[in-house]
Design a protein around this ligand. Sequence first.
Ligand code: ZN
Length: 284
Amino acid sequence: MKKKKDNKNKILKFEELSWKKIDELDRDKTIFFLPISPMEEHGPHLPVGTDMLIVTDSVKEAIKTIGKKKPDYNCVLMPTIPIGFCKFNTDFPGSISVSGKTVRDVVYSMGSALGEHGFKYFVVCTYHMALGHLRGIYSAMGKLESKYNMKTVEPWSPYFYNNMVQEREPKLGFDTTKEVHAGFRETSVMKYQYPYLVDESYKKLQSIYRDLSSPRVLGKKFKDLGIKEGYVGSPARADADYGRWFFSETVNMFVSATLDMISGKKTGELPKKIKAAMKAAFWQ
Ligand SMILES: [Zn+2]
């Protein structure tokens, strides 16, 4: 019987490798994945690590699939960085916000440490869609591409901001575009992935809707906007089946964006409007 090569179907964890093992990796056939999402309040019913837990799990699943589709590539999972910009809800304990500049510096430092040694492929994975956070990530990716000629991609925000979730999700009979934070979608994913971390009180939470993309909310914190419990949407509707769909959709997006990147195809782009808003926002 043919012996399987031992690194196939196994996730290479960056922190478990020696510099020697890292040096042995083929520069043209190694993809590094960096999950990054802040600790942030997610309503009274979800843990502050919601984004971080989901993003880390999605990357792990994506790596397994990529390993099967591209067995000649190595996928290296870097440790999850638990930071991001989320100043707007730091009026709740548990939200830890760093500046967009800090996000940029951290992502750039992680990537340049690879670029300096000739590695090419860098996938930044986040679930946190705040523009101040994304600005840091995109600025770092731009610098990595120009300085080291690296190929980088951040799969989720182009999908999210091009309204692909609404287009592709199973029809539910209510307007899911208002599910902004710790609402139906995130509560559903957590019910699917981490049911024991979802507080049963979610069933009694009333729906609360706020348009957080309006310029009028700029610089305001959640409590100023009447978001008293820290969620925006309807967590009480949460459904683990939808959570399963949403989770696998994320995994598929991570897989397809990575495959597009390594095959030199154009990867998803943020809509112009969002790019402009991201650039216009001050570095905070
Ligand atoms: Zn979240």
